[in-house]
Design a protein around this ligand. Structure first.
Ligand SMILES: Cc1ncc(COP(=O)(O)O)c(C=O)c1O
Length: 384
């Protein structure tokens, strides 16, 4: 093992190069640049007709036709979901400790109390058993994150939420195209949010979308996305409109939607490319005792293959070895209770405690091939 400290930045960002397998790469659709150029040559570059079109196409593909609101980021979509769910100061929410901080930061603005739940050791998704222990009358929502693209235990989470008559809010930033018991992620819960940040399955530069079941929330969601203003009334010239809700500026732009629309056209290819790479990791690493693949054993749900995570002892040594072979790897997300903004009090969460130093994310994107993934596996199997 090389003598490395635990500092992550000992592995600076790897440049693209012929023999380099980078961790992430944005997917720019074939028609994306043309479509963006067309938009730039048109009258609408901000939120206009392409955003509407993107919402409609997205909704029919992933959300069973439910209302879908395109916004500036996944974080915006989460904040919007929490506002629409009427979470407020003093309420408690149960959230996964292991996620992008974006899942939980909106609660800090809202004064909502975050209760961190442990992860399931097999999937790194929220632990249903721990949610059951934590829930009480003060809990007003359960938030789950489909880590890496593997759906959480939705039936179990919904059963707990139903008992307390509270919503499940899905952070599906990683899980576009995932399925749970035959249903698309996006048509199951009261609220589901997506991210179209640069390295997600599809990107709008930065962007996100919230889909929800209650059609009565549609107008409110549009107002909150746009300063609290009823935009259609304003465009009709009715300036008497009052503003009675504190809104944000959370809209997607037509520039972003142009990329999003062209990415939707090739989404099936994108998903199957990613799933094939995950399959290569599975076929080559399952059975190799020194690493364990996270979340690949479930047969009742379909993995969206956003990232591939392994559990490994001496993680830094493996990272270093991979780097010697021009292969980038990293941890990507960290337990949220290590950050001062969340109170910086490490909670006693046995599965998270066990895994936190020992997980590693391997390259997975559309600019790499199955052979690249096989090369990563071959290097891993020579030991570290
Ligand atoms: C699990 C998760 N939730 C939320 C977000 C936030 O999405 P965005 O970057 O689009 O705001 C991300 C990452 O980008 C994420 O990985």
């Amino acid at each position: 093992m090389k003598n490395r400290s635990s500092a992550q930045n000992e592995f600076p960002l790897m440049e693209k190069g012929e023999n380099n397998v980078v961790l992430f790469h944005p997917h720019i659709p074939k028609n994306g640049i043309n479509e963006v150029t067309n938009t730039l040559n048109s009258r609408w570059i901000g939120q206009g007709p392409k955003v509407d079109m993107f919402e409609q196409k997205f909704s029919s593909k992933f959300a069973n036709g439910n209302p879908s609101i395109a916004v500036g980021s996944g974080t915006d979509a989460l904040h919007l979901a929490y506002l629409l769910a009427e979470l407020k100061e003093g309420d408690e929410v149960i959230v996964p400790v292991f996620t992008c901080t974006a899942t939980n930061i909106p609660f800090l603005y809202m004064g909502v109390k975050i209760i961190f739940a442990d992860i399931d050791a097999e999937t790194m998704n929220i632990s249903v058993a721990h949610v059951k222990e934590l829930i009480n009358e003060k809990t007003k929502a359960i938030v789950c994150v489909h880590y890496g693209g593997l759906p959480c235990d939705m039936d179990e989470l919904k059963a707990i939420a139903d008992e307390y008559n509270i919503p499940v809010i899905e952070d599906a930033a990683h899980a576009l195209g995932a399925k749970y018991k035959g249903k698309s992620i996006g048509e199951i819960s009261d609220f589901t949010m997506y991210s179209f940040q640069a390295i997600k399955h599809i990107t709008t530069g930065d962007g996100g979308l919230l889909t929800f079941k209650n059609k009565n929330l549609l107008e409110k969601s549009k107002r909150l996305r746009w300063f609290g203003i009823d935009r259609s009334a304003k465009q009709g010239g009715i300036w008497e409109n009052d503003i009675y809700e504190v809104g944000y500026k959370y809209q997607m732009t037509d520039i972003g939607a142009s990329l999003g629309l062209t990415a939707l056209e090739e989404f099936d290819e994108i998903l199957s490319h990613r799933q094939n790479i995950l399959k290569v990791y599975n076929e080559n690493l399952v059975g190799f005792n020194d690493v364990k693949l996270i979340g690949t054993n479930c047969t009742d749900r379909e993995h969206a293959a956003w990232i591939c995570t392994i559990y490994v002892e001496n993680r830094l040594a493996l990272q270093s070895k991979l780097r010697d072979y021009n292969i980038e790897s990293a941890q990507v997300h960290y337990r949220n209770d290590r950050y001062s903004i969340f109170g910086k009090r490490r909670h006693n969460l046995p599965n998270m405690d066990m895994i936190e130093d020992n997980y590693l994310v391997l390259p997975l994107h559309t600019r790499m091939s199955g052979e690249d993934a096989k090369r990563v596996c071959d290097v891993i199997k020579t030991g570290w």
